[in-house]
Design a protein around this ligand. Structure first.
Ligand code: F6P
Length: 368
C-alpha cells in the first residue's frame, strides 16, 4: 500500500516546544502509521510560494530537536490565507482570500492531511479551511496560555520560568537600591504569565489585562512600603494591561496582530508624574520569554500533543484540535476551541492566592 502524505506547519509567534510537537508527530507517524511527513516552511507560505518550500521530515531530521527552541520549519504571522497580504499597482497593501486555491494546491501536491500547530489565529484559519473541505487537525500553541479549550499550552511554563528568573534578578537591584522595579512581561489578552510570575517571584504589585488598575492605589501601596515596609517594590505588569483604559502598542503593516508594548514605561512615567518619590526602573522582557530551550514539562506536553495529533489524522478525525483537559489528552472541535478565550477568571484560585499573600492588583479598593 502506498504511503499517505502528511503536511505539518507552524504558524504565529514561535514558542518553546514547537519542535517537540513536530518530533512527536513524525516519530509517531513512523511507528504507528503508513505516512510520510513533510513540513511547509513559514506556515502556509511554503505551499503558497512558487516554487513551493516544503521539506521532508524524516526521523533523522527530527532527531534531538525536542530540546531546541523555535521551529525547524519556521513560522510567520504574515501568512493568513484568508487575509493574504499582497500589493496593488500603487504599492498599497491589500488583503485577499486565497484559501480555495491553497486547498486545491495542497491536494494537488498529494497531501492527505495537514497538522497546523498554532495559536487562536492559526486555529481560526484551520477551522475556515476545514469548513472548505481540508483534512486538518490543530495543535494549540501560545506562551500566553489564552486558549480556553486546553488547560495548558506548551511554552507557557517555560515563559513563566524565564520571567520568574528575570524577576528574581530584578529583586536584587530593587532591594539593594531601594527602588521600584517594573518588569513588563507578555500576555496580550490574558495575564497568566504576569500572575504566575508575581506569585513565584513574590511581587508586591501585579497588573493584568483582566483587572483595571488605579494609579493612586499603586502609589499608596508603594508609599506604604517605603514608610512602613522594606523600602523597595517589585511590580510585574502584563503587556496587555490597560492604562487610562488603553492597551499600548502599534500596528505593523502586513502583520495580522497589533504589536503590544510600552505599558512598563508608561506606568513609570505616570507614577513619576504623580510625584512618586522612589526611583523607578523598567525592564521589558519581550521575546526572551519565547526563546531558548523548553523546560521539561513543555517538552512532555508538546510531545503528547504531537502524538495525539497524529492519532487524530490516522483515524481521519479532522476538524479537531488536541487539548489537555483534566489531566487527559483529548480532542475538541476546532469550532469550539476558537470560540472562547482563556482569560484569568477573577474566581481563579491563583487570584485568591495572590491576594491572600498581599499582592496588590492595583485596584482602587485595595485597602491593605
Ligand atoms: O501571542 C503570543 C505573544 O507572545 C504575545 O504575548 C505577544 O504580544 C506576541 O506574541 C508578540 O508577537 P511578535 O513576535 O509578533 O512580536
Amino acid at each position: 500500500m502506498s504511503k499517505k502524505k502528511l503536511l505539518i506547519l507552524t504558524g504565529g509567534g514561535d514558542c518553546p516546544g514547537l519542535n517537540a510537537v513536530i518530533r512527536g508527530i513524525v516519530k509517531s507517524a513512523k511507528k504507528n502509521g503508513n505516512w510520510d511527513c513533510y513540513g511547509s516552511i513559514e506556515a502556509f507560505n511554503g505551499v503558497i510560494k512558487e516554487p513551493v518550500e516544503i521539506v521532508k521530515l524524516t526521523k533523522s531530521k527530527v532527531s534531538g530537536i525536542h530540546v531546541k527552541g523555535g521551529t525547524i520549519i519556521k513560522t510567520t504571522n504574515k501568512g493568513n490565507p484568508i487575509l493574504f497580504p499582497s500589493k496593488d499597482k500603487e504599492g498599497n497593501i491589500i488583503y485577499k482570500d486565497i484559501s480555495k486555491a491553497l486547498i486545491e494546491k495542497i491536494k494537488n501536491l498529494g497531501f492527505d492531511a495537514v497538522i497546523n500547530i498554532g495559536g487562536d489565529g492559526s486555529q481560526a484559519i484551520s477551522e475556515a479551511l476545514h469548513k472548505q473541505g481540508l483534512n486538518i487537525v490543530g495543535v494549540p500553541k501560545t506562551i500566553d496560555n489564552d486558549l480556553n479549550a486546553t488547560d495548558i499550552t506548551f511554552g507557557f511554563s517555560t515563559a513563566v520560568q524565564i520571567a520568574t528568573d528575570a524577576f528574581d534578578k530584578l529583586v536584587t537591584t530593587a532591594a539593594s537600591h531601594n527602588r521600584v522595579m517594573i518588569l513588563e512581561v507578555m500576555g496580550r489578552d490574558a495575564g497568566w504569565i504576569a500572575l504566575h510570575t508575581a506569585i513565584a517571584g513574590g511581587a508586591e504589585i501585579c497588573l493584568i489585562p483582566e483587572i483595571p488598575f488605579d494609579l493612586d492605589s499603586i502609589l499608596k501601596t508603594i508609599n506604604k512600603r517605603y514608610t512602613k515596609g522594606k523600602g523597595f517594590v517589585n511590580i510585574v505588569v502584563a503587556e496587555g494591561a490597560k492604562i487610562g483604559g488603553k492597551t499600548l502598542g502599534k500596528n505593523v503593516e502586513g502583520d495580522q496582530n497589533f504589536k503590544l508594548g510600552g505599558i512598563g514605561n508608561a506606568l513609570r512615567h505616570a507614577l513619576e508624574a504623580k510625584k512618586c518619590k522612589a526611583d523607578i526602573r523598567v525592564a521589558v522582557l519581550g521575546h526572551i520569554q519565547r526563546g531558548g530551550t523548553p523546560i521539561a514539562y513543555d517538552r512532555i506536553i508538546a510531545t503528547a500533543f504531537g502524538v495525539k495529533a497524529f492519532e487524530l489524522v490516522n483515524n481521519s478525525e479532522f476538524g479537531q484540535m488536541v487539548a489537555l483537559q483534566n489531566n487527559k489528552i483529548v480532542s475538541t472541535s476546532l469550532k469550539s476551541a476558537i470560540s472562547e478565550y482563556n482569560h484569568v477568571g477573577l474566581d481563579h484560585f491563583l487570584i485568591n492566592t495572590a491576594r491572600s499573600i498581599g499582592i496588590s492588583f492595583g485596584e482602587s479598593n485595595d485597602s491593605k
